[in-house]
Design a protein around this ligand. Structure first.
Ligand code: RP5
Length: 181
């Protein structure tokens, strides 16, 4: 039943699972309203060729699903979880408490407190339960950090990260040159 519910929480087209390839990373978020931010993490993983899945899993609205997702993540072959949430953003921390996998938290900007509530909810974890927290709405960096973490044990992936850094450097230098000319 839980498996069926997990599948029913699949986020729609374009950010779907990589067809037929077992996911290495799970991208989860508290609501479909987080998707415009969280899709940036999926874009990065797609760019680096890292198979991943994208799910809606809410700490408050679907707590049982959150527990089963986090508790089964390692056995399903996931190596890392990126979790985004806004407001009282308990999802990344709760997931980190239920799995030994590394968890990266993305504070999603909320309407009333500009994302400070999300940031503080995610970053202020108690000793012993780490969540690597990126900047507000910066799911791109969550994707890049995930690539670096997996890259530590995957030379091909790390080589792609080096190339990305080189490309970024060249792009900045190109823009700087253009300004000066
Ligand atoms: C959180 O509440 C979600 O992560 C989202 O950022 C926020 C608002 O959710 P919706 O009311 O838009 O579904 O749980």
């Amino acid at each position: 039943v839980v498996e069926a519910r997990m599948n029913s929480m699949l986020v729609g087209r374009g950010y779907d699972d990589d067809a037929g390839v077992p996911p290495r990373i799970g991208i989860i978020m508290g609501s479909d309203s987080d998707l415009p931010v969280m899709k940036d993490a999926s874009k990065i993983l797609t760019m680096f060729g890292v198979p991943h899945e994208v799910r809606i899993v809410s700490a408050h609205r679907t707590p049982e699903l959150m527990c089963s997702y986090a508790a089964s993540a390692r056995d399903r072959g996931l190596q890392l979880i990126i979790a985004g949430a806004g407001g009282a953003a308990h999802l990344p921390g709760m997931v980190a408490s239920l799995t030994p996998l590394p968890v990266i938290g993305v504070p999603v900007r909320s309407s009333s407190l500009d994302g400070m509530d999300s940031l503080l909810s995610i970053v202020q974890m108690p000793r012993g339960v780490p969540v690597a927290t990126v900047a507000i709405n910066n799911a791109t960096n969550a994707g890049l950090l995930a690539v670096r973490i997996l890259g530590a044990g995957d030379p091909d992936l790390l080589a792609r990260m080096s190339q990305y850094q080189e490309d970024t450097r060249e792009e900045v230098l190109r823009k700087a040159e253009k300004l000066q000319s």
